[in-house]
Ligand binder design. Sequence first.
Ligand SMILES: *Cc1c(COP(=O)(O)O)cnc(C)c1O
Length: 424
Amino acid sequence: MTETYTRAHARDMDAHDDLRMYRDEFYLNHESVYMDGNSLGLMSKQAERSTLNILESWKTQGINGWTEGNQPWYYLSESLGEKMAGLVGANHEEVIATGSTTVDLHHLVSTFYQPEGKRTKILADALTFPSDIYALKAQLRLKGYDESHLVQVESEDGHLLNEADIIDAMTDDIALIVLPSVLYRSGQILDMKRLTQAAHERNIPIGFDLCHSIGAIPHDLHDWNVDFAFWCTYKHLNGGPGSVAGLFLNEKHFGVTPGLAGWFSSAKNKQFDMEHTLTPATNAGAFQIGTPHLLSAAPLIGALDLFNDAGIDRVRRKSLELTDYMMSLIDHELDGYGMVICNPRNHDQRGGHVYVEHPEAARICKALKMKNVIPDFRTPSGIRLAPVALYNSFEDVYDCVHTLKMIMDDALYEQFENVRDVVS
Ligand SMILES: *Cc1c(COP(=O)(O)O)cnc(C)c1O
């Protein structure tokens, strides 16, 4: 046994890590430690290869690429849906790769928000990602309601939500509920099963934004009876900047008329009949709109193969080990430095990243970058650190925390201004 807080111990854990071979599948900059996989996952060799394959099919096949070759474009969104189904606990037909997170949210709300009589409000939370709130407010306006129809459950401490408070807010004027699976700052996992059950007891449809949980934790959306969900694929799934998003539609809703219909909402065999009456696909595919963004879907083919090979349960287990280790190092090395760990510590409630607050966070993050550690700053005082199971090592975590300690000991952050960059 090596001593817990030594580099030798980190190396020892790496030597016993049964996912360690996946690190070589990624393009890592070996001069730096990447801790930002929850904002933009790194490129894998598989993702690069599948992208080049799609480019090649365009180069060599032209229009025939839609139906020919080993990856016919016409069915790619469906086949990517199949590849993602296991990550969310869904049947194959319940998942489709389409659109972007925010567009998919608009689409799902335009379909599932059906105000009637006294039920006119949408329930969300006060800690969610701004884009979701902008979309919900826009959807309310389209139906003729003002912002007072958006109910946002508050947090007591500014970091965590209490499921009991959310359930208390499921009153008989709520027409729809949209919540995150994992909060983007504190990394708290909401109990989706419990919330779905409570919503359904009150006859309210409920959907989840999985941006911070997809590829980090397992889900059982179908068995939990969640109505719908949506997620981006460029964070933990490593699909590349702007890669096509994912959407889950519970099979009990198959056949629903999509709110933002287009010709790609059609049943595949009807689409080219070119009729002016839409025959929607009787699965999640109905939530496509127009021609899929093939070049932004291409990297996902390879990126998802890696996940299906490694298995989400193993990814989750290592992720918890990495974040447990990171917190134990922070507790040990940075005691008395004013760093406060604000994510939940227990496994049931903790997502894929560690969230630390410090009043000087903006410039601490700049100093970290200067010292070749890539963190993620969240205004006003948050530092997110995401050691990612498929490509980060325990030694990366060791280096990250020791660099942080050096920055604090030598006050290296003082040479920067404590304000955020344009993109942070
Ligand atoms: C990253 C993220 C988004 C981003 O939406 P895009 O439409 O992909 O830009 C939305 N919601 C949450 C919770 C996120 O974490």
